[in-house]
Design a binder for this molecule. Structure first.
Ligand code: HSE
Length: 444
């Protein structure tokens, strides 16, 4: 059978990895796909650099639209990123009848509904394994491997930059700002790390996992997003003393009232496997009603790990190219006409309705009755305490200090109730600084 012809839009880190993996493993890939997969055209603004990667057998152009206009190209691989030109090019490629492979989580999390609808109408595939957790085949696992299950929850370390920073903060006892600068120097964090450190990148990925886990439309606008910029080294240390690690988790959970979709730092019991995922690695835990808890671990970024996912999508497309589109796996795992109704029945819940447990660090005057007052306010809001740790005032504020940190772990409670209780506690004259609140996930 004639090889399937692929056009790459952008040949940076992931694009060159894709080219190299396809070249190196072409025989095995052909045996798996049933036909060859060839990159025959590449568009990149830096044509010289592109030529240095692909040599002179592949046509290199500066204008992505030349790739889309080429009738010989069957699949367009979009590796430009962002919502701007990438969105226009993906929609144009679909309109031209090309299948699309993309690693662009931001684009799909925000504009997925429009893009998947356009693809369904045109009978082409939009594949995006590389968009979530890089080389870990989590889309395949959720969409196909676990298809028998009613998924209950998904929780993942899905941003390597922030996991690297948190690992360094814990290992070296340093604060966030210091480690961020070091991560940027080492190339682990971008010059503008906003999307990573503010949790936005993880929320894009969590949004996609939420849609395919529960069969609801992609709804990035309803995700709760909190990054790691306000985490203090002291909280990582106290969490450790209580038997927990702090991780930036992307969480999506089915509840009686609807779907939780949230990204924020979380205390996780140190004995859980996911708590021991260090450095820039990613891991996703999925709980299904039939299978129980499953864990997927691997590299969430990088040239060939991400290329591994891109090429897997190309193989799927090579097998299905020309087949009735109704035979392909639905883009969001569930038949598309069922998504809107499911989204209605399973709304994404506002954060006030989320139920979780908490770590609180409260800087207080070291006086009689302070702890009793605080626990009284928590009890009044129906919040049950799991553990309390009080530091020596000297240890917290230096010798002779009259301030100390109270660390309180709570049992599960509604976030709205916690907000109310914390507002009251914050108003006490003996509470001397803004309260630190970090959510806690037992993941059992
Ligand atoms: N910037 C991401 C990370 C990789 O740090 O994991 C691409 O999504």
């Amino acid at each position: 059978m004639k090889p399937i012809q692929v056009g790459l839009l952008g040949i940076g880190t992931v694009g060159s990895g894709t080219f190299n993996v396809l070249e190196r493993n072409q025989d095995e890939i052909r045996r798996r796909a049933g036909r060859g997969i060839e990159i025959t055209m590449v568009a990149d603004l830096d044509t010289e650099r592109a030529k240095s990667v692909v040599g002179d057998k592949v046509k290199v152009v500066g204008d992505a639209r030349e790739v889309i206009a080429n009738p010989d190209i069957d699949v367009v691989v979009e590796l430009i990123g962002g919502y701007g030109i990438a969105k226009a090019l993906v929609l144009e490629a679909i309109a031209a009848g090309k299948h699309v492979v993309t690693a662009n989580k931001a684009l799909l999390a925000v504009h997925g509904t429009e893009i998947f609808k356009a693809a369904a109408e045109k009978g082409v595939i939009v594949a995006y394994e590389a968009a979530v957790a890089g080389g870990i085949p989590i889309i395949k696992a959720l969409r196909e491997g676990l298809t028998a299950n009613s998924i209950q929850w998904v929780a993942g370390i899905i941003n390597g930059t922030t996991n690297f920073i948190l690992s360094e903060m814990r290992d070296k006892g340093l604060d966030f700002d210091v480690v961020l600068k070091e991560a940027q120097r080492l190339g682990y964090a971008e010059a503008d790390p906003t999307f990573d450190i503010e949790g936005v990148d993880a929320a894009h990925k969590a949004t996609l996992m939420s849609a395919i886990a529960f069969g609801i439309p992609v709804q990035f606008d309803k995700a709760y997003v909190e990054g790691i910029t306000k985490l203090a080294g002291a909280d990582i240390k106290y969490a450790e003393q209580l038997g927990y690690r702090i991780k930036l988790l992307g969480i999506t959970k089915r509840t009686d009232k609807g779907i939780e979709l949230r990204v924020h730092p979380s205390l996780v019991p140190a004995k859980r496997l996911i708590a021991n995922v260090e450095g820039a690695m990613n891991a996703v835990v999925v709980n299904g009603d039939a299978v129980g808890t499953t864990l997927y671990y691997g590299k969430g970024a990088g040239s060939e790990p991400t290329a591994s996912a891109v090429v897997a999508d190309l193989v799927d497309i090579a097998r299905l190219h020309g087949a009735d589109p109704a035979h392909s796996v639905p883009a969001l795992a569930f038949q598309s006409h069922t998504l809107a109704a499911a989204g209605h029945e399973l709304p994404v819940l506002p954060m006030a309705e989320v139920v979780t447990s908490y770590y609180l660090r409260i800087r207080v005057a070291d006086e009689a009755g302070v702890l009793a007052k605080i626990t009284g306010l928590l009890a009044g809001a129906g919040i049950s305490i799991d553990a309390v740790l009080q530091r020596e005032a000297d240890e917290v504020g230096g010798e002779g200090s009259t301030q100390t940190d109270l660390i309180i772990l709570t049992h599960d409670t509604r976030e709205g109730d916690m907000d109310k209780a914390l507002a009251e506690i914050q108003g006490l004259p003996t509470v001397l600084a803004p309260i630190t609140r970090i959510r806690k996930e037992e993941l059992n």
